[in-house]
Design a protein around this ligand. Sequence first.
Ligand SMILES: Cc1cc2nc3c(=O)[nH]c(=O)nc-3n(C[C@H](O)[C@H](O)[C@H](O)COP(=O)(O)O)c2cc1C
Length: 327
Amino acid sequence: MANLSIDYMGMKLTSPVMAASSTLTKDIANIRKAEDAGAGAVVLKSLFEEEIRQDSGLSSDDISHSEAYDYINADAAMVYGSGEYLEYVRKASEAVGIPVIASINCEGGRWWTDFAVSIEEAGADAIELNISFVPFDASLTSAEVEARYIEVIESVKSKVKIPVAVKIGDNFSSIPYMVQKIKNAGADAVTLFNRYYQMKINTRTLELEPVHYYSETQEAYNVIRWVAAVSRQCPVDISATTGVHDEDTLIQYILAGAKTVQTASMLYKKGFSAIRDLNTGLDKWLDKRNLVSVKDAVGLAMRKKIRQYHTIERIQYIKVADGHLLQ
Ligand SMILES: Cc1cc2nc3c(=O)[nH]c(=O)nc-3n(C[C@H](O)[C@H](O)[C@H](O)COP(=O)(O)O)c2cc1C
């Protein structure tokens, strides 16, 4: 039996497989199921900045004014400070022995700093900042968007002692550069990538409608590319998320350089016992390769040959015939 334990952001995980933040992890019974099935850690459902903003009737522009900011802060404390989310963190931490990672969904700067401290005090082992500031405003520059991410990370890191991971989407002009900046701002890990809410247009009613769907395995390939590109350049722990439905995808992420993977859709489709199957599959694969520890597999494919780097960087189909890529 190979050793599946891994050090992630300074925490000792018994497995690299984590239950990702989702509505499933909102339920303490499910968090126990994740632990029983062998998850190395669990990420709690995010606390959404937007929810509090909607309750208060303020827009994201309003909160940059200090009066509104103070109001919002008080409101956040009122709604969540002694209430729901902290209680949820407390209960989850007491329920299981595996690390519990609280998740904050934020768009703006100072907003969550004080609340992050309360989350730490409630017993969270780490925080994942689910930063989803995606600019739809043509007057915002990339530099301004990036600065907003860095501001959030620096302010949270200046207040808490527990490790902080930063979960981002793949909508940056330069992902490796952004990850480097995130690391330099103090992040202990980066989670690649969030999978955003999708919408479609109903061609009969012309209404915009949400698309509810779980991920497919193929969606992992874009993420694997970026895990590989980032891991060989940025010395930061990487957690990969999107499309892990079987051990083969889990192993690919690890070989590309991820220390942990986070799965949500698989849990919806197959239940928590699927985590056990992932661990078993990983263990068998390590044994077959005579690798005694999963640590030996992290980034292994990237250490193999320089030629692999060129494959990562190839983004165009140059020659394709009858569905086959010609070399
Ligand atoms: C129903 C559902 C709810 C989710 N809620 C959150 C959330 O609150 N915060 C977050 O960071 N990610 C959330 N996610 C994203 C997952 O954590 C995960 O990163 C993403 O679904 C990709 O993994 P998957 O392919 O295994 O689903 C949610 C995903 C699903 C399916």
